[in-house]
Write a protein that binds this ligand. Sequence first.
Ligand SMILES: C[S@@+](CC[C@H](N)C(=O)[O-])C[C@H]1O[C@@H](n2cnc3c(N)ncnc32)[C@H](O)[C@@H]1O
Length: 261
Amino acid sequence: MNKSATIDFTTATNAPAQTQALLELIAGEARDSLLGVHEVLRRELPQGRLAIYEAGGGSSSFLPMDVLGRSHVTVVDIDEDQVRNNTYADDAILGDVQTYRFGPETFDVVICYNVIEHLPDVEAALVNFRDALKQGGMILIGAPNPNSLSGVVTKYSPHWFHVWFYRNIRGIKNAGQPGEPPFPTYFHPLVTLSKLEAFAAAHGLEMIYRREVESPRYPEMRRRKPLFAALVDAGAAVMNAVLPRGTDVRRGDYHVILRKR
Ligand SMILES: C[S@@+](CC[C@H](N)C(=O)[O-])C[C@H]1O[C@@H](n2cnc3c(N)ncnc32)[C@H](O)[C@@H]1O
């Protein structure tokens, strides 16, 4: 497999190039947070060659290009089409991240981005990731916030509604076809950020980065479907007004980095 990249000519000339996945992420809090994640990774990762495990890697990476460029990337994904379409991994393995085991202390970084919400056994997956990490290695998790407006709707609505939303609101015509998102969701209790943090602390993982962000679906909807977005924004504003001060139900996603002690 070869590593493909797209250079971001739109950013300042000194800024590191970004992957296609990040370029496609619409400007907003989620993108800002990912750039913050990149800074942490650049600061904390050792120099030289890196070993990276993308758990449920799919076919695109959110890692910075300069990190990808000096890494051996192993992807494990349960979907044959996702594995076949992957162009950036050095090793792409068809497998289940809940049961697939690597040798101890194999990786510098594990990335599990938009995946834990799809897993019935998040606990098993997290323990596998921790065991496969070198000491001081990091797990990057991006996931939906089950307590947000989009989290509650996603958690309690049927899969056909997710497919409808992707096709009609997001405009992704092949959504729901084999190997294409959306994938079925489970929302195991550990997807809730407070529970994830407690589990991590009890399993030798320190949370060194944590940020809840407005779901990128909001800026995307405002651009694509302004009327629909205005209705959703108004509903969110009403909920924020009646919920405890400081709550923002639009914070539909989060990013965390866990470091192995
Ligand atoms: C929403 S996609 C995210 C893909 C990629 N990480 C990204 O952010 O673009 C979820 C991915 O998780 C994979 N997946 C779901 N359950 C899995 C499991 N038990 N083991 C491995 N991969 C899994 C799906 O096949 C899919 O590729």
